[in-house]
Structure formats: C-alpha cells, structure tokens
Ligand binder design. Sequence first.
Ligand SMILES: [Zn+2]
Ligand SMILES: [Zn+2]
Length: 398
Amino acid sequence: MNDFLEQAKELFSYTQSLRRDFHMHPELGFREVRTGGIVVKELEALGIEVTKGVGKTGVVGLLEGTKPGPTLLLRFDMDALPIVEETNAEYASQNNGVMHACGHDGHTAIGLTVAKILNSHRDQLAGTIKFCFQPSEEGTNGEEIGGAEMMMRDGLLEGPKVDMALALHLWNEQPLGWLGIAGGPTMAGAELFSIKITGKGGHGAVPNATIDPIVASAHIVTALQTIVSRNVSPLETAVVSVTILHSGTAFNVIPQEATLGGTIRTFDSRVRQKVLERFEQIVRGTAEALGCQAEITIKRITPALVNDMSISEKVQETSRHILPDADLHTAGYLTMGAEDAAFLLEKVNGCFFFVGSANRERHLDYGHHHPKFDFDEEALIHGSALMAAAALDMLNQK
Ligand SMILES: [Zn+2]
Ligand SMILES: [Zn+2]
C-alpha cells in the first residue's frame, strides 16, 4: 500500500516545478487568476470535473471513485501576501511587493499532485473527492469575508454534500520530517479589535485644561495585560495583543484622540467569552476613570480550529504506514496562529494537519510571513503522499 510515497517521489519534479512557478508569480487574495487558471488546466487534463468562480477565484474539482461512498473535501489555499521578498532564490517573486511567504504555493502544488495520485487510484475510491483550491486565506483583502467563507457561501459544501474534510499546512516552525496530527483544538480563534479613545485636546503646557487620551491609552494597554495574567486560568490559554497605538502630531499639543488596535486569540469558547467581557470592562472603565470616552469595535476573524478526534486518529494511522520514519506528534499541537479552514471544520468533521518543512542547515527556517521565508521542498513529497493516502483510507474505511 505504500506506493503513495513512491508515487509522490516520482511526481516530485512536477510538484516542484508547479511550486516554483506559483512562487515566481504570486497573487493576493481573490486575485488568484493565473494560479486558479493553472489549477483548472491541470485538473481538466486529468479528466476531473471542474467548477470555476466558487468564492470569486476559487476552483472546485470533483473526482468520483468507481464505487459509491461519502464525499471528502480536500482543501488547499492559493493566496500570497503583500510582502517584498528577500530570499534571493532563483524562483523569487517576479511580482514585486507580493510574495508566497506562508507556503500556499506549496499547498497548491501539493493539491495538484494529490489529484494526480488519486486519479490513478480511482478504481479504489469508494466515494467522491472534492478538491477545493481556496482563495484569500490570509484575510478578506477588501471583501467582507475571506476565502473559505466565500466558497461556502457559493455552495462549496453542497452538490454533492461534503461529509468530511482534510487540509494541511507546511510548517516552518518544525523541521522536515516532523508531522503534527492532533485531535481537538489546534489553531486559535481570532478577533481583531479597534478602540477610539476621545479626550479633549489642548496645549501641551496646560494639561489641566485638557483630557489626555494618550495617558488613558497607556493605562488601557497596561491594564489589558491583566486579562491573560489575572483572569484566564494558568492552565488555559489566551492572547491579548495591542499592536497599534496612534495619537498626536506635535510636541506641544495634547491630542483630542488616540486609536488602538490589536488581536485576541483563544481556543475555548468559555475562555473567549471571559476575555471579551473583561476586555470591554477594562477599556471602558479605564477610559472613563481618566475622563475619556471609548468606542470599541471587535470583529471575529475566525473561530478556533478544532479537529475531529476519530478522523485525526485515522490520519495518524495512515501516516504511520506512509511515512514510518516521520517524527509524529499526536498530542495537542496548539498554535496561536489562525486559519480560515476553521470555518469549514466548524461545519464538517475533519482534520487539519501540519507537515514540518524547515531545514536549518540550508537556512530554510524563517518563520511564516517573513520576507526570507522559504521551506525544504522535500516536505512537498511528505504532504502529497500523506494527503493522498489519508484520502483513500478515509473513503475506504467509512
Ligand atoms: Zn499565513
Ligand atoms: Zn498559511
């Protein structure tokens, strides 16, 4: 049964050339026209039925097995980031200011490789594989919702109805050969917040005639640190980060307003509720105590990503057969990063797993979203082999 690894190795030059081509021609969220076009062409070449324009630039491919069975969604994201690349790689971005700095070029290449592999095993598939090439994972890029939600709004999970889902991420936080496949909460839910503090401006030398929004903001930033340290249990996790603080334009003027922004991350809905409550109380209470008014806007970006226990166990089992030498981590691998696949896994049981891709000796270990981010392309083999084998196993075990 382990011809999957062999097949992924044989297809490596295909996977790598696709990956490098996507890397050279990165496209931002909802603008993956060239990338999506290549996806369509490659899927159609296999005889896979393709639907374009699902969630603007998203592409869906249907591969029906020769036997009846459930429908399994395999999701791969396609978008790049607004970053000026500094890798000096021979395949560096030719689209200045846009870069594949998260590995989604690799995900798209893996997706097309998986399509090739599974297509060659069609006679063993009991059910349908729905390939989902998703736009705009990294944000909404000016739209009201991101890529996963947009595809779902356009019917991704219907016709045929999706019964389960798999997705992966190349993971530069861990070395090549590492695999993270865990049931339960895996990636944090994220909200973004913005706060406007309004005081009363005036002369910097006459503070008593003003209400200083800068002093109030400084107290708010400090007081917000107590949510994680004093309101969340030491055995649970949350993040409250203030990442934006703007105010003032002149050395001798106390400004009228200050604006703050940042993000909140949680895994557990009770913890999330508690953090949001305390956030509101602290911001309002502190602002009022210092004579200012606070306007708070909190927007949910993604829910927490929670893997189904039994599906995750199946993927672990497959990985033991397909990649027996891998350093497999099965217990609660948590990351505070957020992923919009969480919207899919809120509706459909599934597993989102991580494929270690860093190589320190070759300096391929910069973090995701870094201008020097690049990964060891051997991880493409691991991702393709495991995704294809797990898909086949899931359709045949159900
Ligand atoms: Zn990213
Ligand atoms: Zn990503």
